[in-house]
Design a binder for this molecule. Structure first.
Ligand SMILES: Cc1cc2nc3c(=O)[nH]c(=O)nc-3n(C[C@H](O)[C@H](O)[C@H](O)COP(=O)(O)OP(=O)(O)OC[C@H]3O[C@@H](n4cnc5c(N)ncnc54)[C@H](O)[C@@H]3O)c2cc1C
Length: 504
């Protein structure tokens, strides 16, 4: 059978929060462009469809995790996963974006041809093993940042001896019955903090077993200002006000944490002491060795975690696992934790660019050797962009800006009659730095596979929404670093090569 080969102007990979947002921006700002979304799974929503554990919710506010173009209208600002999923699905349905999605298409390779000025993209049809091949002018990766098939589980000594059930939150069994059982949640990240209060409602007891503590801050689950303003003003007015209020508040908190870590440590400690019963050992369970925002500060809505600790339906144990036994866990301190169910809330496996094998003019590419341009393109990768959200603020703030910039770039190329755009470092004297200035385990495990950022603009990853907004929404597209060109027919390029060879 002849291979299927269609052409679209823009190919979006991934139908999660970012991919659906990207399609919306494209439809609105580049209405003449054709596009398709290839999605490996059978559903829209990515993260918000995949994760099904009890209590799954956002850990940043929906006024900044929501799209700029679509007000978040629910009273809950720290929202359950199901509402976020509905929001993404509704965006796709109302915009007719869902008609552009091909589900069960896992993109496995993308090959750029400078001669044709296009990508040839191969996608495996999951379940059938068939391959679909498409070509596109511009490849826009919205594939998230972690592996879907496998969560991260560290080596847990003797785990195979454990007689109860072991569950990773990324693969939650629909029928898991933990009512009246002793649950141990291993981990201290956002997922563990979400699971503990949610499971404490039905379990006999939930123990959060952490090797080391995390900074935790409580915030109201509902945004008082938003809900007050809504009584008097339309959503389209309320939303940007609350969004900016939150952008500024988060930005100030982040900057204060970096500049005055001791002060922020004190404030966080005071908050925990206030929310916990008198005498609770805050310095053992809530005092990390690192500074706030060296790793993500965990947000809990309405102090729910502190509440279940106070009530006694949950506890935190800060210790190391010596070994699992048939009915529980022995800790290095000698303490034994009885368990019927163990949840390994031990994290994600980072994955950049969806495991896609990328070649340029037949040559393998070196993603870890590339520099990120404006935090959304790669040096020497033509007609290629990706969405990577902030580590210190809501993902969608950056996702929206990234899509806006891609649309500006495409329109600029059309206006100038260019078919190729490539960020080039040239002799700008840029040195390499690690992509993420974050020492969480999941980041450190993956750094070698990630591209680098550069020491200065536009190669620097600012992790700062107002700065990015200026650069991506308003900055010059033709900034001297982005090189625009057109394909050169093979005969001409061969002649030029020969001429250069004979001249030298
Ligand atoms: C439990 C959890 C809670 C989170 N909470 C927050 C929060 O509160 N605030 C925040 O800012 N961030 C949060 N994040 C980060 C979160 O992932 C992002 O906010 C956002 O959902 C990312 O959207 P995305 O579309 O970029 O990626 P994803 O949601 O990961 O979606 C990517 C999509 O691409 C598809 N895909 C991947 N590779 C391929 C391929 N090769 N071919 C075809 N399709 C492919 C996937 O199947 C998936 O559907 C959370 C993450 C997790 C895991």
């Amino acid at each position: 059978m002849a291979p299927e080969r269609e052409h679209v102007d823009v190919l979006i990979v991934g139908a999660g929060l970012s991919g659906i947002g990207a399609a919306h921006h494209l439809q609105e700002r580049c209405p003449g462009k054709s596009y398709t979304i290839l999605e490996a799974r059978e559903a829209i929503g990515g993260t918000w469809d995949l994760f099904r554990y009890p209590g799954i919710r956002s850990d940043s506010d929906m006024h900044t995790l929501g799209y700029r173009f679509r007000p978040w209208t629910d009273a809950q600002s720290i929202a359950p996963g199901s509402k976020i999923l509905d929001y993404v699905r509704d965006t796709a349905r109302e915009g007719g974006i869902d008609r552009h999605i091909r589900f069960r298409h896992r993109v496995v390779s993308a090959a750029w041809s400078s001669e044709e000025a296009r990508w040839t993209v191969a996608a495996e049809r999951t379940g059938t093993g068939e391959t679909a091949t498409l070509t596109c002018d511009f490849l826009f990766m919205n594939s998230g940042y972690y592996r879907y098939d496998q969560g991260y589980t560290p080596e847990l000594p003797g785990l195979d001896r454990f007689g109860g059930e072991v569950v990773h939150p990324q693969h939650w069994p629909e029928d898991l019955d933990y009512a009246g059982k002793r649950v141990v949640v291993v981990g201290s990240g956002a997922t563990a903090m979400t699971l503990v209060p949610a499971m404490a409602k039905d379990a006999a007891k939930v123990t959060m077993l952490q090797r080391s503590p995390t900074y935790v801050i409580s915030m109201p689950g509902e945004d008082g200002l938003a809900n007050r303003l809504r009584k008097h003003l339309p959503e389209r007015v309320v939303y940007p006000i609350v969004r900016w209020k939150n952008v500024i508040a988060q930005g100030l908190f982040y900057r204060l944490s970096r500049r005055r870590p001791e002060l922020v440590k004190k404030l966080l400690r005071r908050g925990a002491i206030k929310a916990l019963p008198p005498g609770y050992d805050v310095d053992i369970h809530f005092k990390p060795r690192y500074n706030p925002w060296d790793q993500r500060v965990c947000l809990v809505p309405d102090a729910d975690l502190f509440r279940v600790l106070g009530e006694g339906s949950a506890e935190i144990v800060t210790d190391r696992i010596a070994s699992f036994g048939e009915d529980g866990i022995e800790l290095e301190s000698g303490q034994k934790l009885g368990a019927d169910v163990v949840i390994t809330a031990t994290g994600l496996n980072l994955l950049f660019l969806g495991d896609v094998e990328i070649t340029i003019d037949g040559a393998e590419t070196d993603v870890p050797g590339a520099l990120t341009y404006k935090g959304m393109m790669l040096s020497d990768f033509p007609n290629f962009a990706f969405t990577l959200g902030y580590t210190n603020a809501s993902w969608t703030l950056k996702a929206d800006l990234t899509s806006e910039y891609v649309c500006r770039l495409l329109n600029h190329m059309d206006a100038g009659g260019y078919r190729i755009c490539t960020p080039r470092v040239g002799d700008a004297g840029v040195s390499e730095e690690p992509l993420l200035d974050f020492n969480s385990g999941y980041v450190l495990r993956a750094l070698d596979h990630l591209p680098k950022q550069g020491s200065k603009e536009p190669w620097k990853l600012r992790q700062n929404y107002p700065v990015d907004l200026r650069m991506l929404r308003r900055g010059e597209i033709d900034d001297g670093t982005m090189k625009f060109s057109n394909p050169v027919p093979r005969s001409q390029s061969e002649a030029a090569t020969q001429a250069r060879a004979s001249a030298s």
